[in-house]
Structures are given as structure tokens and as C-alpha cells.
Design a protein around this ligand. Structure first.
Ligand SMILES: NC(=O)c1ccc[n+]([C@@H]2O[C@H](COP(=O)([O-])OP(=O)(O)OC[C@H]3O[C@@H](n4cnc5c(N)ncnc54)[C@H](O)[C@@H]3O)[C@@H](O)[C@H]2O)c1
Length: 429
């Protein structure tokens, strides 16, 4: 099939590439001309495991191309996906201006029947607004269908998630676009659920809010573990063996962040308010998440007392492992909190340093994780990168001026760390 993806970011680029990989011809559109130039020149603007090889292969085989022109994408495709940002506004609601602008541009470019698919995460009833907008601005008066097809990929595992999705949700108002949507996804061999558009939109917000709830739940349990001498990892293991609960998303730490959970959670709270249903439990999820960061900073200041003029090493800047994405990263927030207390920072992240440099200044960026501890008063682990588990602990202990390690992601075994001579503080253990 001929497909266009408008918005070539974490979702658009990976989706477009995976669609090409299964044989579709895909045009990725972005209004950031620098990004499009870079992609055309063989560069990849984001880090996602396995992505670079797939982009190169599909470009070389002629199934994947890049442009800044929405009109070109619309003209050459049967199905047009929208994957532009839906950032939060100060009151927690979603800024839908990117979606609205793209809808108007699509309207100006359609000359024959098209399926317009919203893949961005949007509040319920956005599909209706997109349809109204296209109808209003489309001079050609041609037929079109709007479909909601929310994306569930996890950054860091996006290629794998897209090639083998748990489910594909297709929200429609009529049956007309269903066959084509099935054709888009048939090569992925995934269960497809067809719903009305409002339900599809709600599935995404309800899913992300539920995952955030699971994280806050285990963080609240972690605090009880700390107060009682229990071990949250053992509690999570025991809970997770119950199939109704599951072990995933039961990792205590410094809280969730990133470009999705915080904004989707506040959006869902706002939507619920707007329709007269107060979703109080989700406000509690936010509260626990904020408190979790405060608790961790307090753990550091309780131990080190005054941070002014102390040097702290921080491992991890990305909002989670396997990504270079630092948007709303708890690790960055933690660094900024420590800076506000007067600490000097030496920081490292396997993939996130380039992007962090734009938002985290006045720190020393260190290329090798094993060099970070040198001369530091303490070391902090802020992101759950697997490679941090391979940190040279002997060397780290010797190079810290005091062998203090705050582990915000519970990567090490407390008993082993004690045996190695560390003052080791983690979460819920
Ligand atoms: N990142 C994730 O893990 C993830 C997962 C599921 C869903 N989502 C949702 O997908 C959407 C996109 O997220 P993202 O992380 O890919 O964002 P992103 O910022 O990485 O990418 C968005 C891209 O859209 C481009 N763009 C903006 N306006 C445009 C326009 N008018 N025309 C063409 N291009 C335009 C931007 O230049 C950017 O490259 C959001 O709604 C997000 O909530 C994200």
C-alpha cells in the first residue's frame, strides 16, 4: 500500500520504517527541514535500537522516503497517518494545535478519497474534530474517513513493539476504511480490535494512565517497605506471580517521566473533569509520583547534609533505558534539583548526553561511566540502563571521596554493596 506519515519523530519515523519493512511504500513528512535533510543524507535523528539499519535498508530498497511536503504525501498515498506532537498545556489539557494545523493542510491537499488516521495520542472526541476540520477546509469536497489508531510502542523497544504489537486498535465511524486498515496491519500478524473512534481514543489514555498507576502503586508500597524493613523487590516478585497482576511496571524507583505518561495522565484527569467525572485516583497517582522524587532528594540531603560545593556523580539522563529521549526525564529533574541545592554534577548517559546538553547546563559530561565517580562525594543512579549493572564497583568505591551510592533504580543487591564497602541507599529495600 502507499502510506504517508505526517510527523517523523519517535512515533512517525519508527512506524513509517516498520510499515516499509513489511512491504508498504511509505513517505515520511516533517515540517522540520533540518530533520528531513538529515534523514535524506542517511542520518538518524533519534536513537532507537535497530532503527538505523532498518531505515537504511528500506531507503535503499526504495520503499521509504522523506519530504517536508504534506501535499506530496497526501497526493501519493491511500492512507495518511498523523503522528505530530500533542504536548501538555499548563492546565494539564492537551495542546491540539499541531493536529488541527495538519488537518487543515490535509484538507487543502486532498483531491480523492483518503483515509486519515490519527496515531498521535489525543483526547476522546478529537477524531470528530479532525473530521469536521477537514470537511470545513476541503475545497475539493471529496470523501474521506477519519480513523483512530493509537500507538502503544515503548521507546527503547519501539522497533520490536511495532513489528510485533500486542494489539492493533482501529477506531472507525463507518466500515468503509476497515478493510484498508486491516491491509496495513495484516503483515504484522497481530490481534486487531475494531472499535468506535471515541473508544479507541480512550483505550490509549486509559492504558497509559493505568501503567502510571501501577508504578505509583509499587512506589507507595516501597515507602511502606522502607518503614517496615521489608524488601519491595520481593514484594513485587510475589505480587507479580499472580497472573491477574503481572510483574511488569512494578519496579520501585524515583518515579515515572518521559514525554508520555505525565502528559497522558494529566490529560486524562482533565478530560474526566470536563465530562463531569472526577477521576480522583489518577490525581493520587500524580501525587505519589511527585512525592517519590522528593523522598529521593531527601534521602540524598539527609545523608550528605549540605550539598553546596559538593560534587555528585549521576549515572543516567534519559527518561528510561535504551533511548536518547530526555523529555521530562526524572533523571534530568533530579539533576536540576541537586543543582538548586548547590551541588556540582558529573554526569553520564550511554545515549542521552547529546540531547541532555540542550536542557542540562553547568554540568560536566563524562564519556565513560567508570570515570564519573572520580572525586565525587557520592554517586547517584537515575536511569535503569542495563550497562550500569556492569559498573566497575571496586574502582568506583576507590574513586569516590566517600563510598556513598544512591540507587534510584534498585540495580544492585544491598547486601553485596555493603560487603563491597558502600554506604548504599536504594528504594523500598
Ligand atoms: N514517544 C512515544 O513513546 C509515544 C508512544 C505512543 C504515542 N505517542 C504519541 O505520538 C505523538 C508523537 O509523539 P513523538 O514522541 O513521536 O513526538 P516527536 O516530537 O518525537 O515527533 C513529532 C514530529 O512531528 C513533527 N511536526 C510537528 N508539526 C508538524 C507539522 N505541522 N507537519 C509535519 N510535521 C510536524 C515534528 O517536527 C516532529 O519531528 C504524540 O501524540 C505522542 O503522545 C508517543
Amino acid at each position: 500500500m502507499n502510506l504517508t506519515i505526517i510527523g517523523t519523530g519517535y512515533v512517525g519515523l519508527v512506524t513509517g520504517t516498520c510499515f516499509a519493512e513489511v512491504g508498504h511504500r511509505v513517505i515520511c513528512v516533517d515540517n522540520d527541514a533540518t530533520k528531513v535533510e538529515k534523514l535524506r543524507a542517511g542520518g538518524i535523528p533519534i536513537y532507537e535500537p535497530g532503527l538505523e539499519e532498518l531505515v537504511k535498508k528500506n531507503v535503499a530498497e526504495g520503499r521509504l522516503s522523506f519530504t517536508t511536503s504534506i501535499a506530496e504525501g497526501v497526493e501519493k498515498s491511500d492512507v495518511v497517518f498523523i503522528a505530530v506532537p500533542t504536548p501538555p498545556q499548563p492546565d494539564g489539557s492537551v495542546d491540539l494545535s499541531f493536529i488541527e494545523k495538519v488537518a487543515r493542510e490535509i484538507a487543502g491537499a486532498i483531491t480523492s478519497y483518503k483515509i486519515v488516521v490519527d496515531k498521535s495520542t489525543v483526547p476522546v472526541r478529537t477524531g470528530d474534530k479532525v473530521a469536521e476540520t477537514i470537511k470545513r477546509y476541503c475545497k475539493a469536497k471529496v470523501e474521506f474517513d477519519v480513523v483512530s489508531n493509537p500507538e502503544f510502542l515503548r521507546e527503547g523497544f519501539a522497533v520490536a513493539d511495532l513489528m510485533k504489537p500486542d494489539r492493533v486498535v482501529i477506531g472507525v465511524h463507518s466500515q468503509r476504511p476497515v478493510a484498508a486498515m486491516r491491509d496495513v496491519y495484516t503483515p504484522f500478524n497481530a490481534p486487531i480490535i475494531v472499535t468506535d473512534i471515541n473508544s479507541a481514543e480512550l483505550i490509549k489514555h486509559a492504558s497509559n494512565s493505568f501503567l502510571a498507576l501501577k508504578i505509583s502503586y509499587i512506589n507507595a508500597v516501597a515507602n511502606i517497605c522502607e518503614a517496615t524493613g521489608a524488601n519491595v523487590q520481593e514484594v513485587a516478585a510475589g505480587m507479580g506471580m499472580d497472573e491477574r497482576i503481572g510483574r511488569r511496571f512494578l519496579n520501585a524507583g524515583i518515579g515515572f517521566g518521559g514525554s508520555c505518561f505525565p502528559k497522558d495522565l494529566s490529560a486524562f484527569i482533565k478530560i474526566s473533569e470536563q465530562v463531569g467525572c472526577d477521576f480522583g485516583i489518577l490525581k493520587e497517582v500524580q501525587k505519589v509520583n511527585d512525592a517519590q522524587m522528593n523522598r529521593f532528594v531527601k534521602k540524598i540531603t539527609d545523608t550528605l547534609w549540605v550539598l553546596k560545593d559538593k560534587t555528585i556523580g549521576v549515572l543516567g539522563l534519559a527518561f528510561k533505558q535504551n533511548t536518547d529521549d530526555v523529555r521530562m526525564s526524572p533523571a534530568i529533574e533530579l539533576c536540576q534539583r541537586l543543582q538548586r541545592e548547590g551541588a556540582k554534577l558529573r554526569v553520564h548517559d550511554p545515549k542521552g548526553m547529546d540531547k541532555a546538553k540542550a536542557i542540562l547546563t553547568n554540568v560536566e559530561y563524562v564519556e565513560n561511566m567508570n570515570d564519573v565517580a572520580a572525586g565525587c562525594d557520592a554517586l547517584v543512579i537515575a536511569t535503569e540502563w542495563d550497562e550500569f549493572k556492569k559498573l566497575d564497583l571496586e574502582r568506583t568505591r576507590k574513586e569516590l571521596t566517600h563510598p556513598i551510592l544512591f540507587d534510584g533504580r534498585n540495580l544492585f543487591d544491598p547486601a553485596e554493596m555493603e560487603r563491597l564497602g558502600f554506604i548504599y541507599k536504594s528504594v523500598g529495600r
